[in-house]
Design a protein around this ligand. Structure first.
Ligand code: FES
Length: 142
């Protein structure tokens, strides 16, 4: 699936909602790590907004990046099964370990629900995390 196709899917997921722009931008940011100028154009067209209006929102909120984040990214699953297995108790240690060097992203399910808490760095999955293991994963992220 191309980025354009995935963005079209995200837009379709929010069609009919009141105020779909922010949720769409959040989903695009989560999926791609940034909201590119191309994505802004595609979203603007779909929502019948001007590109400037979409860009204004992207640049106003600190949550959104206009270019890819060069830092290594650790995706930590905070969906229900991982929550039940204690992921929330690991978040503070993870944030400390990440500091400003590593981007800690929240994701919702990595398909390892029965062996959570789970995280992913690039293509590599990590399961059965406790605070020590997660800190090591974050420190090793390149
Ligand atoms: S809920 Fe965390 S991997 Fe599925």
């Amino acid at each position: 699936m191309t980025a354009n196709e995935r963005i079209a899917e995200i837009i379709a997921d929010h069609t009919g909602r009141e105020g779909p722009l922010l949720p769409i931008l959040h989903d695009v940011q989560t999926e791609f790590g940034h909201v590119s100028p191309e994505a802004e154009g595609q979203i603007a067209l779909a929502l019948n907004l001007s590109r400037a209006e979409v860009h204004g929102v992207v640049s106003f909120y600190h949550d959104f990046r206009e270019a890819p984040d060069p830092r290594p990214c650790v995706e930590l699953c905070r969906a229900e099964a991982c929550q039940a297995r204690g992921v929330e108790a690991l978040v503070a240690a993870a944030e400390d370990a990440a500091g400003s060097r590593v981007r800690l992203a929240t994701v919702y399910c990595l398909g390892l629900c029965s062996v959570g808490p789970s995280a992913r760095v690039g293509e590599r999955l990590h399961a059965r995390l406790d605070a020590d293991k997660l800190v090591k994963v974050i420190e090793a992220a390149r």
